[in-house]
Design a protein. Structure first.
Lengths: 387, 640
């Protein structure tokens, strides 16, 4: 048991737990005062996080290469779920993004992110010599465009764009030509006039609001402005947990999800925001480090994809909170309320842990303890199973 | 950049190379740079600009609500309330909560629900947007059903709310319209001026009468409540509270019962005529206190605050008698013979005549220029002295003492000195009563005529001025004030309508003291002569005012028949206003009065009986018999 624990990448685990703890802490300050036990969102999140962490630890002990075999089926399952949600999903706030299975709300787009990363990692790892070819790049883009397109139709522009960012990170590390990376950007620019024409009003509004949030303080720009006021008024150390007029008096809307960072900024100040940003940075850097140490291209690309997913979401969400990015409805991974996202992210962390614990050897080998931090290539003696 | 990783320099023994190390490192660097940018931005927001955002957060949560004070009440002399603040539903809007793109439909809906015009609502909204967080009143006094509908449809009407506020209700509005006036919304062109005085555009202000003249004191002072509110505008708790200061209450010098009775007396007499119109003013000579002030036809104050049907409103506006105007203070008329006392006093004081000097009246005075000036009595009054001239209202006597007589070489008072005397009685200037819209009248002089009519002053003008004809213009209040001064021994008092102001606890905040405007430049002896003349006018057989004689006291006074330019009647006579002005009792008078029947014909027939009825009422407290039941009654349609 001790050995097993020792194989865990603790920096990743600790930063993950810290980020979840931030989320639980924030949710506890906004919970309905008479919501006890499992009625309380913070408690729900904590319980779910424990389950998710257990899954992650379990995942850590499964060799991530097992995913090679299920990559296809998982991907297809995800696509099927996305189609299903478009057909029978619950219509809520002008979009079909989830459906209910009994008491559980399933949001397929969250699971699709991980499924697509696995599928893309396998696709690229299987073609080590053709990543510089346009054909491979275009086909790899197809792997992402199909789910992204379905998600765009929900409509959920933000999540769809995340797929593009993940693709770029993975294809880049896989060795694609630089200009190939710009392919989706060029396609996007060319498509922009048409997209603008077909875009939902809320999307256009968001774009305009991003350019000038004060143009319509009560409309779409309201949230951005209130988020900035919340964060700014937090100062060095914030107003304290459960304090702060912006979040407590609900000037700050969607404070449990999109703008949970702003609530943190108000309550815990710069200390809190930098702390959270630090843990995110640590988690992302660790993910990349795990990728660098991975024994094979599949593991590396998986880790890079997961790192890309975490970074993009965190950056877009925090950027939106501080007014550097447009409002996209991207939540803060691990921190925001959002059970699907939390579970999937924790499973993704589990994949990272698996890549780490299987970086060099078959399980239960002493070598894996001979890590030298900071050395990128000291992954221990060679084992079989090389590519 | 090369796409394939170089062979690793520090390869472990046989460990296969995994490509993309450099690129992964690059990605890590990019992520670090991006997060550093976020950290820098957080520093900017939370440290550098933190104070600004703190202020904004504080502004977010604190709402200041102005609490309008209750408007002060108005009481009659006996402390009977003449107005109440009745609760009504009013519709308010907080502009900040109304997105601009929804303005159109919301205003259209409100117009239907409140009955206000869309343009008016839009104007108010534009004003309200100057302080978008403060609710502004869009409609006052909406019906209960509309209020409920608006409450039910709050979802469709963002920012709109219904509150109870108050509306003025006048308990005796129908008899006090001209005195109390009414309140209403500020006219658009005056909004700015009122704003400078701290009056919000959506308030009701006094628009006429005492409501207007005492606006500043009745209004009181705003209170202020600062509330902590959440994002949905729900008040959480109070941060501070400054109570509003209720406006002061006014106590009038008028008593409802007297005003009502005197109005009724005038109304009964006017009812005998077709489209009768007239005015009565009764004063206390000693103090200048207004006892009654009636201008008929009049209006009910309540129609302005309660809302009148458009037909009844159109009637008020289109009536040629102009019922909306208080003719006791704003109507200008030639005073006729009631004015003769001025020329008499001037002639006495200036030594033009001695009291016993007799002037011959043969009914007509023809100037060398050929202009003829008639007496009202074609055969003339014969030789008359001053008192007989007043009593019998001999025009020729007053022509002589004012403009002189070229045949007897009598040097008259002259225009300049006559004008001085007119002014000393208070003519040509406002009396200073606490009511808006008072006219000052006109004391004609040669300068005035030169300047305004580009015509030279002629002797005939002086003649006319002496008998209150021609260019002279007075208000009934000025005439009453003049007779009060004669009755009280020579003091021209400022008419007093407000007796005192009370604070919100009912304590006297200010007592309005009687004020002497001027003292007549007439010796006691001469004043006595005038008084006797006025006594004789009523009480001697040849006097012009026997119909003013009261069974209950002795009346002194003067009739007036003031011709004005208009359509002549069958006998070629000009139409005339009937006047009677005087005081009673003749010794130590308690009341002075002026009665005007517009287009009433002879003062002695049309106005004097009204004065008698009023004096009878004031002396006994009982309503006098109907005018047509008096033995000396002569129907107005039978002219002499």
């Amino acid at each position: 048991m001790l050995l097993r624990l020792a194989r865990i990448e603790w920096a990743t685990v600790i930063s993950t737990i810290a980020l979840v703890a931030f989320g639980v802490l924030m949710l506890s300050t906004t919970a309905e005062p008479n919501a006890a036990g499992l009625q309380n969102q913070a408690v729900q999140k904590a319980v779910l996080a424990v389950i998710g962490l257990a899954l992650a630890f379990a995942m850590a002990h499964i060799d991530y290469r097992a995913l090679l075999g299920v990559a296809g089926p998982i991907y297809l399952l995800g696509i099927a779920a996305l189609i299903l949600v478009l057909l029978v999903g619950d219509f809520d706030l002008g979009a079909r993004r989830w459906f209910e299975v009994g008491p559980i709300v399933v949001q397929p787009s969250e699971f699709m992110k991980l499924a697509a990363i696995i599928a893309l990692a396998r696709y690229l790892a299987d073609r080590p010599d053709s990543t510089r070819s346009l054909r491979t790049v275009v086909l790899s883009l197809g792997i992402m465009v199909i789910p992204a397109g379905l998600i765009f139709l929900e409509p959920d522009l933000g999540t769809a764009l995340i797929f593009g960012a993940i693709w770029m990170a993975m294809v880049f590390v896989a060795g694609a030509r630089w200009w190939h990376l710009l392919l989706p950007v060029l396609v996007g620019l060319a498509a922009f006039p048409f997209a603008w024409f077909f875009a939902q009003d809320y999307m256009r509004q968001r774009f305009v609001t991003f350019l000038d949030p004060s143009s319509d303080p009560l409309g779409a720009g309201y949230n951005v402005l209130q988020a900035r006021i919340s964060i700014g008024s937090g100062g060095w150390f914030g107003h304290g947990l459960g304090q702060g007029s912006q979040s407590q008096l609900e000037f700050l809307r969607v404070r449990d999800t999109d703008f949970i960072f702003a609530m943190l900024g108000e309550q815990l100040g710069l200390a809190g925001t930098l702390g959270l940003l630090g843990f995110f940075t640590l988690l992302i850097v660790q993910s990349l480090v795990i990728g660098l140490r991975a024994r094979d291209m599949f593991g590396r690309l998986l880790a890079v994809g997961i790192a890309g997913m975490l970074f993009t979401q965190a950056f877009v969400n925090i950027g939106m909170n501080v007014g550097l990015m447009p409002v996209t409805g991207i939540t803060l991974p691990l921190v925001s309320l959002g059970k699907n996202s939390l579970l999937v992210t924790l499973v993704a962390i589990g994949v990272l842990l698996s890549i780490h614990s299987h970086r060099a050897a078959a399980p239960f080998r002493q070598q894996s303890m001979h890590l030298v931090r900071g050395s990128l290539t000291s992954a221990g003696p060679p084992r079989g199973l090389s590519q | 950049m090369e796409a394939h990783p170089r062979p690793a320099a520090r390869t472990g023994a046989g460990q296969p190379r995994v490509r993309g190390t450099r690129r992964a490192l690059l990605l890590g660097g990019a992520a670090l740079a991006a997060n550093t940018a976020l950290a820098a931005r957080l520093w900017q927001l939370q440290v550098v600009e933190s104070d600004t955002y703190r202020e904004q957060a504080a502004l977010n949560r604190a709402r200041t609500r102005t609490i309008q004070p209750l408007r002060g009440l108005i009481y009659d002399r006996n402390r009977e309330p003449l107005v109440a603040n009745a609760p009504v539903f009013s519709v308010w809007l907080t502009p900040a909560e109304l997105p601009s793109e929804r303005e159109g439909p919301v205003m259209a809906n409100l117009a239907v629900l409140t009955g206000e015009r869309v343009e008016d609502l839009r104007f108010k909204l534009s004003q309200a947007r100057l302080a978008p967080d403060t609710p502004a009143r869009l409609a006052r006094a909406v019906p209960r059903e509309s209020a409920l509908t608006i409450e039910e449809r709050r979802q469709d009407l963002p920012g709109v709310s219904v509150h109870t506020s108050t509306r003025r209700e006048y308990g005796h509005g129908e008899i006090l319209g001209h005195i109390l006036g009414f309140t209403g919304p500020i006219p658009a062109e005056e909004v700015e001026a009122y704003r400078r005085q701290g009056v919000r555009f959506d308030e009701d202000i006094g628009l006429a009468g005492v409501e207007r003249s005492l606006q500043a004191r009745l209004r009181g002072r705003d209170g202020e409540q600062r509330l902590e509110t959440d994002a949905f505008g729900r008040a959480l708790h109070e941060l501070s509270f400054t109570p509003p200061q209720v406006g002061q209450h006014a106590v009038l010098t008028i008593a409802v019962n007297e005003q009502q009775a005197i109005r009724e007396i005038l109304a009964r007499h006017l009812a005998l005529r077709e489209r009768g119109a007239g005015a009565v003013i009764v004063l206390r000579p000693e103090s200048g206190d207004i006892v009654a002030m009636v201008s008929l036809p009049d209006y009910d104050s309540n129609i302005f605050t309660r809302g009148a049907s458009s037909e009844s409103f159109a009637l008020l506006v289109s009536d040629p008698r102009r019922p909306l105007i208080n003719h006791t203070i704003s109507g200008l008329y030639p005073p006729g013979s009631t004015y003769k006392v001025i020329a008499a006093s001037g002639a006495l004081e200036a030594g033009v005549v001695l009291p016993q000097s007799k002037i011959h009246c043969d009914g007509r005075l023809v100037l060398p220029s050929g202009w003829a000036f008639d007496d009202w009595l074609p055969q003339g009054h014969g030789f008359v002295d001053l008192q007989r001239a007043i009593a019998e209202s001999c025009n020729i006597y007053f022509y002589n003492v004012s403009g002189g007589n070229p045949y007897t070489k009598l040097q008259g008072l002259g225009n300049r000195r006559l004008a001085e005397f007119e002014r000393s009685f208070g003519f040509g200037q406002r009396t200073g009563i606490d009511l808006p819209g008072e006219a000052s009248g006109l004391v004609p002089t040669s300068e005035w005529k030169n300047k305004n009519l580009q015509q030279p002053w002629v002797t005939g003008d002086t003649y006319h001025a002496a008998i209150g004809q021609g260019l002279v213009q007075v208000t009934p209040l000025q005439i009453a004030s003049m007779y009060a001064a004669i009755g009280n021994g020579g003091r021209v008092m400022r008419p007093r309508l407000i007796d005192r102001m009370l604070d919100q606890h009912g304590n006297v905040a200010e007592r309005i003291q009687p004020q002497v405007r001027s003292v007549l430049p007439i010796t006691a002896v001469n004043l006595r002569l005038l008084q006797t003349g006025l006594y004789r006018a009523v009480n001697e057989p040849q006097g012009t005012g026997p119909r003013a004689r009261s069974a209950h006291t002795i009346v002194a006074g003067k009739t007036g028949t003031a011709e004005y330019s208009g359509a002549r009647d069958a006998e070629g006579r000009l139409p005339s206003h009937a006047w009677f002005a005087g005081y009673a009792p003749a010794e130590q008078p308690e009341y002075a009065f002026a009665v005007l029947v517009r287009d009433g014909g002879e003062g002695s027939f049309a106005a004097a009986p009204i004065a008698r009825d009023i004096v009878d009422y004031l002396m006994t407290g009982d309503m006098p018999p109907l005018p047509q039941h008096r033995p000396d009654f002569i129907s107005p349609d039978r002219r002499l």
